[in-house]
Design a protein around this ligand. Sequence first.
Ligand code: 6GU
Length: 249
Amino acid sequence: MRLDIVTIFPEYLEPLNVSLVGKARARGVLDVRVHDLRAWTHDKHHTVDDTPYGGGPGMVMKPEPWGEALDEILAGGEPGLGAPVLVVPTPSGRPFTQELAVELADKPWLVFTPARYEGIDRRVIDEYAARLDVREVSIGDYVLAGGEAPVLVMVEAVARLLPGVLGNAASHQDDSFAPGAMADLLEGPVYTKPPEWRGHGIPEVLLSGHHGRIARWRRDQAFARTAANRPDLIERCDPEALDKHDRAT
Ligand code: 6GU
């Protein structure tokens, strides 16, 4: 998978050299290219922003550098790659979900345009929406100073779904929010050695060797955690997915 990221803070994307994403890059599974938007400015101060039409606070990112940057990146696709999906991080976008991560993980090429200030001149999005699949995406209901942290979030969520990136293919089968996993419940608690730590033991059932009872216990824990932390997920889940035991809890 190829990823292009255009930003005025290339250093902000350094974490993409570390851990899971860093290893996927080193192994050639991911081809990540970080570009400095200011390379497509032509004035002495490398200006990327200007005051908003209609007045109001803050600054807006000028369209010309984005247009030149995106045109050059789009023209540089290898044969067979086709057109990229353009992912525009913005608090006004559609929610980023596991479902969208799964959809994006199937694309050969993604281009991200993390913005600063009050965002990018709308004409840039309109221009490329006429030619490309453009997704305006938010990572949650809070406001960040820029789209770089959301890009780190989205790239990690997508990269771990790529074939061969996670050590164990089964390890995302029952992720919280994985489609169809554990009937959309959050994951429950996990334990490892030692069997006693600071006076805390391990739930007996996990030491029992009874796979059926262990699966039942894990499901009950997942249900209890979901009810406590995300009652909204219980309310909108299919009643068929809840058994008698859940409904009594
Ligand atoms: Cl994608 N960008 C910014 N600036 N703030 C956000 C966001 C994105 N998602 C949630 N808050």
